[in-house]
Write a protein that binds this ligand. Structure first.
Ligand code: CTP
Length: 398
């Protein structure tokens, strides 16, 4: 994901500095190059050795050295970076940057930098709410600095409130937006569904499937990175929704149908990755069903085919469906494409190794309404999502 990208991480003196280790590992796992610049205060919380080991680069902290070199460390670092991430960013450093002060390596190289800067504040909730601090944030935002807002929760000082360093996923998304984002779908509103539905049988049981939501979440993120406004409707999942989407959580196919129908008119594109249950119990038992016999019959009724219903009133909107097929795949997928009046269907086979539910990878074939087929090799779900979003932009001629 971050191949050939140079990410300079500025670490300042806050307890959240230890969390930056995980972030560096994640960036390195995704093949990004990392150089760390830390302030003196940061080195009280975390050692340069740890950061040098994780980043596989020497850690820089001194603006002045006694040795003569042909390079100036602040200019060299500023020119090396494709993006600068200040994480965690203290109120002190943010205040200095807002005032144009350059009194250490990090603040000096920031003045010299011309690349995007992403700031991840972390501090006590009262410090975060402080008007002077917020004025500094507004000023920097006005000058084009990006902020990844802190989360709310228990803070290191034991108090509760906003100020805790944002989760790594959010910070990674901000990096992706700056490094990999484009505006191909700017101005478009995309509705994405993800995950499974659960159809209750009694207070403790339900019928469902193995979908985890990974493909849908990857698509929502790829659409966001392409500049679209995204609404994500997901069934039960362990994945965390992003702040950058409107997010609705549902359980049953009926709730999914209701929410999709409610949202559809306000969107230009619908991507239905959700593995909606095709059948649900005919009736719901208020009491737990007891096992009185050696066998048991379940009466099931078919659920609403959401995509088919929407296909009937699609107008000029673009509809994308998924087809999960274990046999006669191409024929079945093409049939679904026609029946549901789709513009594009994404075919995958859960029996292929590395494809379908739960995996981080997928193997798909894109089939367009005009009959064009694109078979793709095994790739990460993020990459598949990016390909689908690019295909949608191609189909819209944008
Ligand atoms: N879908 C839907 N509503 C349903 C079932 C499926 O909107 N009740 C959507 C899925 O989100 C997917 C597409 O229809 O985009 C195809 O789903 P799939 O399960 O592959 O096919 P089905 O139409 O359910 O047919 P079958 O299960 O017989 O293969």
């Amino acid at each position: 994901m971050f191949e050939n990208k140079n990410i300079l991480i500025g670490i300042t003196g806050g307890i959240a500095a230890y969390k930056t280790c995980e972030l560096i590992r994640e960036i390195k796992k995704n093949r990004g190059n990392v150089r760390v610049v830390m302030t003196k205060a940061a080195s009280k919380f975390i050692t340069p050795l740890t950061l040098a080991t994780l980043s596989e680069n020497p850690v820089l902290s001194e603006l002045f050295t006694n040795e003569f070199t042909n390079t100036t460390v602040h200019i060299d670092s500023a020119r090396w970076a494709d993006v600068i991430l200040i994480c965690p960013a203290t109120a002190n450093t943010i205040g200095k940057v807002a005032a144009g002060i350059a009194d250490n390596l990090l603040t000096t190289l920031l003045l010299a930098a011309t690349v995007p800067v992403i700031i991840c504040p972390a501090m006590n909730k009262e410090m975060f709410r402080d008007k002077l601090f917020q004025d500094n944030v507004d000023k920097l935002a006005h000058y084009g600095y990006d902020f990844v807002d802190p989360d709310s929760g228990e803070l290191a000082c034991g108090e509760y409130g906003a100020g805790r360093l944002a989760e790594s996923e959010k910070i990674i998304t901000a990096l992706k937006k700056r490094l990999l984002g484009n505006n191909r779908l700017a101005g478009k509103r995309i509705l994405v569904t993800a995950g499974r539905t659960e159809e209750p049988l009694d207070p403790v049981r339900f019928i469902s499937n193995r979908s985890t939501g990974k493909m849908g979440f990857a698509l929502a993120e790829a659409a966001y990175l392409a500049g679209a406004e995204v609404t994500l409707i997901s069934g039960p999942t362990e994945l965390e929704p992003f702040d950058n989407f409107r997010y609705f959580s549902i359980n049953t196919s009926e709730q999914m149908a209701e929410r999709v129908n409610h949202e559809f008119d306000a969107h230009d594109i619908l991507i239905m990755t959700a593995a909606v249950a095709d059948f649900k119990p005919k009736s719901f038992s208020e009491k737990k069903i007891k096992k009185n016999e050696t066998t048991m019959n379940l009466d099931l009724v078919v659920t609403t085919d959401i995509l088919k219903e929407i296909g009937g009133r699609k107008g000029d909107k673009l509809l994308v469906g998924f087809a999960l097929e274990t046999h006669d795949a191409l024929n079945n997928a093409e049939k679904k494409l026609k029946e549901k009046k789709l513009d594009l269907i994404v075919l995958n086979n859960p029996n292929e190794p590395g494809a379908g539910f739960g995996h981080d990878t997928n193997i798909v074939t894109l089939i367009e309404a005009n009959g064009q087929k694109t078979k793709m090799p095994k790739m990460s779900k993020n990459r598949v999502a990016e390909k689908i979003i690019n295909k949608i932009a191609d189909m819209l001629n944008i």
